[in-house]
Design a protein around this ligand. Structure first.
Ligand SMILES: *Cc1c(COP(=O)(O)O)cnc(C)c1O
Length: 371
């Protein structure tokens, strides 16, 4: 429908749809294993401490615009300097801030009379959708390079895309969503070395579930930043994500951040999480990793093929079209995620978030009926 605002709206919006979480299924009992959240494992004691910490001293005051305490707590936990920390309302906002700031069109050779190309991002396929969405809504060109047959980086194709696309920013999620695996270290470094003029954002949203972290890359390469979040380890409700990168870059990107972006309850709650709830996070991630093993085995016993996971979800191949399985489960109140709209090798793949053992037993019983 042509809107009366079409002549003044950003043209890319016409091709985009707003992000919509799955609607509630038509049953009373709903099991959500589609959003990679943590199961509710937080202790009552931690819940009480959080509630007390989140209360503002005064509701009438704006939040701390500099986020001094929170940035210091993050820096201490990540062995960084507070000046290297950029905080947002989820890593989703941090991605948007980075792209708003890093959108300079690449210079053409002097003398060229062609108009400048739009700025470009490079990422993999499949991967987290927000890179693409956030880039498209800011007028970026998006170049996506397919992962190889083991869902790992295809270095030569990435290098060609870097030469051809001259990206400003490269997003690599590792562990990757939805494929659940860490990218191999040598390939990741080869991509970083091939793009000295770009910012390479290493998205570690799932790093707490992986056998190794990649924070050292930021110290070894001046073009690397690390993106992290507390959403996947039990605190999605707080909406808190952060970027660790060179202070000279953080200082510039901070100019596009709204001064009061992170509300006081989130700042205070997250500060408590970093200072005092490390033990809770370790306990919760250990439980999820144990349960991940059991759920994967349960699916293998039913004849599914499961990619070894470094995250809190499983990437599962199905014999029947994924969409049929997802629809049948949905009707029974179990939500999982499929990527069938992309077609090709994704048409027979589903993503299942690891839940509580009793939740996963329900999933296994239901999926057994439609395998
Ligand atoms: C879930 C997810 C995020 C989003 O994190 P928020 O902090 O909740 O915005 C970022 N990156 C990847 C790869 C994710 O899967």
């Amino acid at each position: 429908m042509p809107s009366r605002f079409a002549s003044i709206l950003r043209p890319e919006l016409a091709d985009l749809a707003a992000y919509e979480p799955a609607p509630d299924p038509p049953v009373d009992r709903i099991l959500r294993l589609d959003a990679n959240e943590s199961p509710p494992l937080l202790s009552l004691e931690a819940r009480r401490a959080l509630a007390a910490a989140m209360e503002p001293d005064r509701y009438s005051r704006y939040p701390d615009a500099r986020m001094k305490e929170l940035r210091a707590a993050i820096a201490a936990r990540c062995d960084a300097d507070p000046d290297e920390v950029l905080v947002g309302v989820g890593s989703d906002e941090v991605i948007a801030l980075l792209l708003t700031a890093l959108d300079r069109p690449r210079d053409r050779p002097t003398g060229s009379r062609k108009p400048a190309d739009p700025p470009t991002i490079l990422t993999t396929s499949p991967t987290f959708v927000m890179y693409r969405l956030s880039a498209r809504t800011r007028g970026f060109r998006v170049v996506e390079v397919p992962l190889d047959a083991s869902w790992d980086l295809d270095v030569s194709a990435m290098k060609r895309a870097i030469d051809f696309g001259q990206p400003n920013v490269i997003f690599i999620a590792t562990p990757n969503n939805p494929t659940s695996n860490l990218m191999s270290r040598d390939r990741l470094e080869a991509v970083i070395e091939a793009a000295p003029d770009a910012l390479v954002v290493v998205d570690e949203a799932y790093i707490d579930f992986a056998p190794r972290a990649q924070l050292d890359l930021m110290r070894r390469y001046p073009n690397v930043g690390i993106l992290r979040t507390i959403s996947k380890v039990g605190f999605a409700a707080l909406r808190l994500g952060w970027f660790l990168g060179p202070a000279e870059l953080v200082r510039e990107v901070d100019k596009v951040r709204q001064p009061y972006n992170v509300p006081t309850p989130t700042q205070r709650g997250a500060t408590l999480v970093f200072r005092e709830l490390g033990g809770e996070i370790a306990r919760m991630t250990r439980l999820v990793c144990d349960e991940r093993k059991r759920l994967a085995q349960g699916l293998v016993d039913l004849g599914f093929d499961v990619t070894p996971s470094d995250a809190n979800f499983l990437w599962v191949s199905t014999k029947r079209p994924a969409i049929e399985i997802v629809k049948t489960l949905r009707e029974r109140g179990v939500l999982i995620k499929s990527f069938h709209a992309a077609g090709g090798r994704l048409a027979n793949r589903i993503r299942i978030t690891v839940g509580l053992p009793e939740e996963d037993d329900v999933l296994l019983a239901e999926i057994a009926r439609c395998a």
